[in-house]
Design a protein around this ligand. Structure first.
Ligand SMILES: [Zn+2]
Ligand SMILES: [Zn+2]
Length: 228
């Protein structure tokens, strides 16, 4: 990988499109390779463990390389594949919104389940947003801080409202890219200065977003790799 890069993102799970040999399924998952720490972190797990494992193998990755898992929120299209990883590596660390931590501890008793409340650095230059939307659907997103001091925002479904994750992320610095599910997000002007808009999964207004920001919009397919 190029020496100026900070993160490599592999799209493991999405419902819309796939590169040859990869499988789609309802849900979202992306693997983050952190150049700073030389670690692999899994963000969400899609809905089906078999699809997830197939796509991990198709990327020629080994489950044992994945050290930490971040679950954005406790919906089956994001946490459904987790058990397949747990069966192969039960001692794994799982970061979940704090409101969900006791149920994950019950379901994955051998894992190191960590409940997240506030913004927290989980690995070098990788931050959890902290738990948002606690009264509705508790959810966390990831902020990846690059060598050029810009942020890559990785979101699951953005149920609490993508704009809240954007505002939180901007406290760390300028956002370069947003990748993941935007759900019903329609406050489009928030996206104006974002270089890479990778709206996928549950994004309801994906056509509007791609038409409003054609040069920034990036189609996301399972099997794609992004280097930042
Ligand atoms: Zn959801
Ligand atoms: Zn979802």
């Amino acid at each position: 990988m190029h020496s100026s890069s900070s993160f490599e993102l592999k799209i493991l799970y999405d419902n819309k499109c796939n590169e040859a040999g990869f499988l789609t399924g309802f849900g979202f998952s992306a693997l983050v390779y952190n150049v700073f720490s030389n670690k692999f972190l899994l963000f969400d797990t899609g809905g089906n463990g078999n699809v997830l494992l197939h796509n991990i193998q198709k990327f020629n990755l080994n489950i044992s390389q994945i050290e930490d898992i971040i679950i954005s929120h406790n919906h089956s299209d994001h946490a459904g594949g987790l058990n397949a990883i747990y069966q192969l590596n039960p001692k794994i660390t799982i970061y979940v919104p704090v409101n969900n931590s006791s149920s994950f501890k019950r379901s994955f008793p051998e894992a190191n389940v960590v409940g997240i409340l506030e913004t927290k650095e989980l690995d070098e230059n990788i931050f959890s947003s902290g738990q948002l939307g606690s009264s509705y659907i508790p959810e966390q997103a990831l902020f990846l801080k690059t060598k050029e001091k810009k942020t890559i925002l990785l979101v699951g479904c953005a149920h609490p409202g993508l704009e809240h994750f954007i505002l939180k992320s901007q406290q760390l610095g300028e956002i370069k890219a947003i990748i993941g599910g935007f759900h019903g997000f329609n406050k489009f002007s928030y996206l104006k200065n974002i270089e890479v808009i990778g709206a996928c999964h549950c994004t309801r207004h994906i056509t509007n977003i791609s038409k409003l920001y054609p040069s920034q919009f990036r189609k996301i397919c399972v099997g794609d790799t992004f280097v930042f």
